[in-house]
Design a protein. Sequence first.
Length: 154
Amino acid sequence: MSPKLKDEIKQTKPFASLESEVLLNLMRTADALARSGEQIMKLAGLSPNQYNVLRILRGAGENGLCCHEVGERMITRDPDITRLLDRLERRGLVARSRDRRDRRVIMGRITDAGRKILKDLDGPIEDYNRNRLSHMEKADLRKLNELLEAARGT
């Protein structure tokens, strides 16, 4: 059995509310899952946000997306998508160009090099996802997914 949150964070007083305990537990769990998953991305020299941008642009296809649209699709919000795209472009993983219809809009597209990095990471990331939650029953995973969506109000 896993240690309880109260023991992990060495809290001696009761939580202010059940809601407080649940939110802290959710943040602690998300952090633990993210930290161990980051190690896979670091092997490719990517931060989690860079990895997320590449996945978003791969999913967008040949047309790519403008910065604003990339930002809206991010798992973890990043206030400076432009700088994030700058770093990926310097590495040759993303290419940017002005939109033909509206020259004010700059479109980002994943390059072949970006696709290759993602292809190399697809298997290890999927293995990590499966292994990290393999101790849970499918029905429990479905219920957890529903509860998380409900908590976000979606």
